[in-house]
Design a protein around this ligand. Structure first.
Ligand code: IDP
Ligand code: MG
Length: 204
C-alpha cells in the first residue's frame, strides 16, 4: 500500500506558471524562468501575452458567433416582451466571463477581485507550461507563500516580492487545475511534447 502511495505521488504532472505584469516590468522573466529550468522541469509552452482589458474580447466572439448571438438576442427581444424588472443589459454576456476571470473564478466574490483583474491585465504576462514529476507541489514550493512577507527566503516571492497584490508569479494549485489552466491560456499547437536529454539524470 505504502510504496503504491509514494509512486502515485511521483507522477508526471503539468502545471501552469505565469509571470505576472510586475515580474515582466521589473525585468525578472529570465530569473523566474531559470528557477524552474534549473530545478529540472521541462518547459512545454512559453509565450508573452497581453490579456485584453475588454472582457468581451475574451469571449471567443468571432464575427459569426456575434451574428448568431445578435440573431438570438434580437429574435427573442422582438418575439417576446422583456419581463418586467429585467434591465436592457440582462441578455448581454455577464462581466467576468473572460480568460482572467475564468482563471481566477474561485476568487470572484473577494473584495480584491476587480483590482486583481486590473493588475493581471495591466501589462504583458509570460505564460508557461511546465512538466515533471510532482511539478505542481514543487513549483508552489519554489514560488513560496501568497503573501511575500510570509514567503521563505530562497523562494521566488520570498526573494523578489514584497506585497500580495504584486507577488510576481502564479502557479497552479493542483494537477487538475494545472491541466485546466494550460488549456485556458494556450491554444492547440502552442504546446510542445519533446524529450529532454537530461531526463535519465533527473528521474531514476
Ligand atoms: P496563490 O497565487 O498563492 O495561489 P490565491 O489565494 O489563489 O494565491 O490568490 C490568487 C492571487 O490573488 C494572488 O496570487 C494575489 O495576486 C491575489 N490576491 C490574493 N489575496 C489577495 C489580497 O488579499 N489582496 C490582494 N490580492 C490578493
Ligand atoms: Mg491560487
Amino acid at each position: 500500500f505504502l510504496p503504491h502511495l509514494v509512486a502515485s505521488m511521483e507522477e508526471v504532472e503539468q502545471t501552469y506558471i505565469m509571470i505576472k505584469p510586475d515580474g515582466v516590468q521589473r525585468g525578472l522573466v529570465g530569473e523566474i524562468l531559470s528557477r524552474f529550468e534549473k530545478k529540472g522541469f521541462k518547459l512545454t509552452g512559453l509565450k508573452l501575452f497581453q490579456c485584453p482589458k475588454e472582457l468581451a474580447e475574451d469571449l471567443h466572439c468571432s464575427l459569426v458567433s456575434c451574428y448568431v448571438f445578435l440573431f438570438f438576442v434580437l429574435g427573442f427581444a422582438t418575439l417576446e416582451p422583456r419581463p418586467e424588472g429585467l434591465s436592457e443589459t440582462t441578455s448581454l454576456p455577464p462581466r467576468g466571463s473572460g480568460k482572467v476571470c475564468e482563471h481566477y473564478k474561485d476568487l470572484q466574490s473577494k473584495p480584491f477581485f476587480p483590482k486583481l483583474i486590473d493588475y493581471i491585465t495591466s501589462g504583458p504576462v509570460v505564460c508557461m507550461g511546465w512538466e515533471g514529476v510532482g511539478v505542481v507541489a514543487s513549483a508552489r514550493k519554489l514560488i513560496g507563500a501568497t503573501n511575500p512577507l510570509n514567503a521563505e527566503p530562497g523562494t521566488i516571492r520570498g526573494d523578489l516580492a514584497v506585497q500580495t497584490g504584486r507577488n510576481v508569479v502564479h502557479g497552479s494549485d493542483s494537477p487538475d487545475n494545472g491541466k485546466r489552466e494550460i488549456g485556458l491560456w494556450f491554444k492547440e499547437g502552442e504546446l510542445c511534447a519533446w524529450t529532454a536529454v537530461q531526463e535519465p539524470w533527473l528521474v531514476e
